[in-house]
Write a protein that binds this ligand. Structure first.
Ligand code: GAF
Length: 377
């Protein structure tokens, strides 16, 4: 059954429309978004669909296909946290619209289905937030654009769900471009599409490391970056150059200094990588992605030994013909590689031979293409 049929079975009528928002993979620029810096992600094949029909009362009724579970709340009452984590993303986005002053006059029925792997660092939460946000904007004909939808999703995640994430995931899901990576300036929210070279595949490999303490470690990294920005008297680490950092770091907490140094360099690497990608300079891209991974491993300390093994194994096959690094928030999750199509099978075979043997874990490989942003189907 497709989502429209499932909606009809649950709510006894056809939905008015279905919205689709994709997950994302980040090629480079990790943890730079909340430092007002640059990121270079693309939206990927995995997505979340939301079907909606407005009602003439003030109830919101939600059916999550993948959990076979319901949630219900009333728009006239204060929206509170649910015990069901998936429901908090829906409630959070509705709450965020209300908080931003949008008067949602009528209730609505929603059915949700998604295939973004969860806990893999491929933005299943952002895809859900952006799909819900776009569906509400469409249903109530709200005068907001895709970047606004992304910001509402981020606000919901920051203030309702409680993860102090940056804007990258929601903005990529909202504003992705077919066959392109998107260079995002996370301060101005300007985006620039950069076509991916036609001879390269985007390979994502899930390490299947169980991610623990992600939220608290993530928020700690953010606090350390903010502490460093405060030390330099700037709004965000985006405003500090490497020379200024080296000249002025005395007196800054040693761990915060290590984190900040990574961010300042990662920001520059992201701009350089965008330039390299535009010029089809894969050798430079390869070096920048390798340096990014080492920075995440040794300075920002967000990788995991099994993820490091994965990156090394892939690197052994692709060499300078492609790039590979961990992608996303970290502490497990996925690795991203940009590599010539003809090396995909060799990498798969190499991983099958060595990854489990070295880590006891089983890798999962996805070869993706870059997709466009959120849309009504
Ligand atoms: C998570 C966050 F949600 C993003 O905002 C970003 O900070 C990313 O981790 C790390 O680059 O996906």
């Amino acid at each position: 059954m497709n989502l429209k049929e499932i909606f009809a079975k649950q709510f006894f009528r056809q939905p008015e429309f279905v919205v689709r928002a994709h997950g994302r993979v980040n090629l480079i620029g990790e943890h730079t978004d909340y430092n007002d810096g640059f990121v270079l992600p693309c939206a990927i094949d995995f997505y979340t669909d939301v079907a909606l029909h407005r009602t003439d009362n003030t109830q919101v009724s939600v059916y999550a296909v993948d959990y076979d579970a319901f949630d219900e709340f009333d728009l006239r009452e204060t929206i509170s946290q649910s015990e069901k984590q998936w429901a908090n993303y829906v409630r959070g986005v509705v709450w965020a619209f209300q908080h931003k002053g949008f008067d949602l006059k009528h209730g609505f029925q929603l059915a949700i289905h998604g295939n973004v792997p969860q806990g893999a660092g491929l933005s299943s939460s952002a895809a859900l937030e952006v799909a819900i946000g776009k569906a509400i904007a469409q249903a109530f004909d709200l005068p907001i654009n895709h970047a606004d939808v992304a910001q509402i999703g981020q606000f919901a995640e920051n203030e309702f769900v409680g993860c102090k994430c940056g804007i990258m995931d929601q903005l990529t899901s909202a504003c992705g471009e077919t066959d392109c990576a998107v260079l995002i300036d996370c301060r101005s929210l300007e985006t620039q599409a950069i076509e991916l070279p036609k001879n390269l595949s985007v390979m994502i490999v899930h390490s299947h490391v169980q991610r623990g303490l992600v939220g608290s470690e993530y928020n700690t990294r953010r606090q350390q970056c903010e502490m460093a920005a405060k030390h330099f008297g700037v709004e965000a680490l985006r405003d500090v150059s490497l020379a200024e950092f080296d000249a002025g770091k005395a007196g800054l907490d040693a761990v915060a200094a290590k984190r900040a140094r990574y961010i300042i360099q990662e920001n520059q690497r992201t701009l350089d990588a965008a330039h390299a990608l535009k010029n089809n300079d894969i050798k430079t891209l390869s070096r920048l992605m390798a340096e990014s991974h080492i920075g995440m491993r040794d300075e920002f300390e967000i990788t995991h030994p099994a993820v490091d093994v994965l990156v090394d194994l892939i690197g052994e096959i692709i060499g300078e013909r492609g790039g590979v690094r961990m992608t996303g928030g970290g502490f497990g999750g996925c690795v991203v590689a940009l590599l010539p199509h003809d090396l995909v099978d060799d990498v798969k075979a190499h991983l099958a031979q060595h990854y489990h043997a070295k880590t006891g874990l089983q890798e999962e490989v996805f070869v993706c293409t870059a997709h466009s942003g959120v849309a009504v189907l």
